[in-house]
Design a protein around this ligand. Structure first.
Ligand code: ZN
Length: 387
């Protein structure tokens, strides 16, 4: 360590007076960027407001000078973990060239006593458990975003989706479904009218307390079609479709209209909870959110997560609609067990009755309305839902 301080050291304007405990100066070579000749300098690191500041003292007596570089004026080299010290540290001073220090350990020590906090990246390099922790938090955060954040955001945003937008969407969807899969109903007109009358009576019992979105007033229409096997589905805005085959299936099983009404109540549940619109909005939220979170990492990730998520809430949507159907049927003083019978009958019969070509179509009721034993149990027993 040099014993006599050069004159510039003690006389520099911003002296060591402001430093509480001056660290030992470090020797360094300074390339000022203008001359190829290196100058011998001494550097001292001290705590500044935004992090360590660097004092540079030229010890070459002919050019005695001192300059303080604030934290932001220095490009601090990354810190390293114990045992991996480089032979030499290079510190860039932007317009003022760069420093080379041959005492890396002393440099690191001085940096730490001047209050440098190792950055996250450095801590991750140093401690792999931290890296694992960060990864875990990131993965959990993304998973939580898919599972809860997106549906929550979609449920909120859906409030602002106008009914007219839904009606337009459903009109176009219905045209496509009609063209591709459905034929006009062949049920006798009086049979259809009887079901329409019961459907209207059911809607009359749809009291405000049952509504998920109180201000939402869909315009309900029940349509009959042939095709798609025993099936029923709802489109956003209030368009419901029931197939002749479902009506015939219920009759074959000796189930009365309560079974069909229960299915319609379930479909009304999908409309009132705006499940279709929520799924569309969720896709949008997910794409935007993932874009923000991951940049443009991979469309595969987006696709996979989108699929996983929509499958996950589909189950939740079915539960919500079942609960809605239970409540509405109870208000209408209709039994719910026949609906459960119809569902179970479908799930048992579908496998051997349906042609493979008929499956996988848009309205494959079992894929969108899986008749799990729990669902059937709840509906059969009329177990009311919480909340
Ligand atoms: Zn459903």
């Amino acid at each position: 360590m040099p014993s006599p301080m050069p004159p510039a050291w003690t006389s520099s304007a911003d002296t060591m007076a402001e430093t509480v405990s001056p660290a030992a100066p470090l020797r360094a070579k300074w390339f000022n960027g203008r001359s190829s000749r290196a100058r011998d300098v001494l550097i001292v690191l001290e705590a500044g407001r935004r992090g360590p500041a660097l004092h540079l003292h030229v010890v070459d007596l002919a050019h005695a000078a001192s300059r303080r570089f604030e934290h932001d004026e220095v490009e601090w080299p990354p810190q390293w973990s114990a045992g991996r010290a480089p032979a030499r540290v290079t510190v860039a001073l932007r317009d003022h060239g760069s420093l080379e220090i041959d005492q890396p350990l002393a440099w690191q020590q001085a940096l730490q006593s001047a209050g440098a906090r190792p950055g996250l990246a450095q801590r991750m390099q140093t401690h792999w458990p931290v890296l694992l922790g960060v990864l875990l938090v990131a993965v959990l955060g993304l998973a939580a975003f898919y599972r809860w954040g997106t549906p929550w955001a979609a449920a909120q945003l859906t409030r602002h989706v106008p009914l007219e937008w839904e009606r337009g969407l459903s009109e176009r969807a219905m045209e496509q479904i009609d063209r591709a899969w459905l034929k006009p109903s062949q049920l006798p007109a009086e049979r259809r009218e009887a079901l329409q009358a019961q459907f209207r009576a059911l809607l009359a019992r749809l009291e405000p307390g049952l509504k998920r979105y109180p201000a939402y007033a869909p315009r309900y229409e029940l349509h009959f079609r042939r095709g798609l096997g025993p099936n029923a589905f709802a489109l956003p805005g209030g368009t419901l479709v029931m197939t002749d085959e479902l009506v015939e299936d219920a009759a074959r099983q000796g189930l009365g209209d309560d079974a069909l009404l229960g299915v319609l109540a379930h479909e009304i549940g999908h409309v009132e909870h705006r499940h279709g619109t929520r799924l569309v909005v969720e896709q949008g939220v997910l794409n935007v959110g993932l874009g923000l979170a991951l940049g443009d990492v991979s469309s595969v990730v987006t696709l996979a997560s989108t699929t996983l998520t929509s499958l996950a809430y589909r189950r939740q949507h079915e539960t919500e609609s079942d609960c809605f159907a239970l409540a509405l049927m109870t208000r209408a003083q209709r039994p719910t067990a026949p609906m459960a019978e119809l569902l179970l009958g479908l799930s048992h019969g579908q496998g051997d009755q349906t042609e493979p070509a008929q499956r996988g179509g848009l309205g494959d009721w079992l894929s969108t309305h899986p008749a799990t034993p729990e669902r059937a149990e709840r509906l059969k027993a009329g177990i009311p839902c919480k909340g």
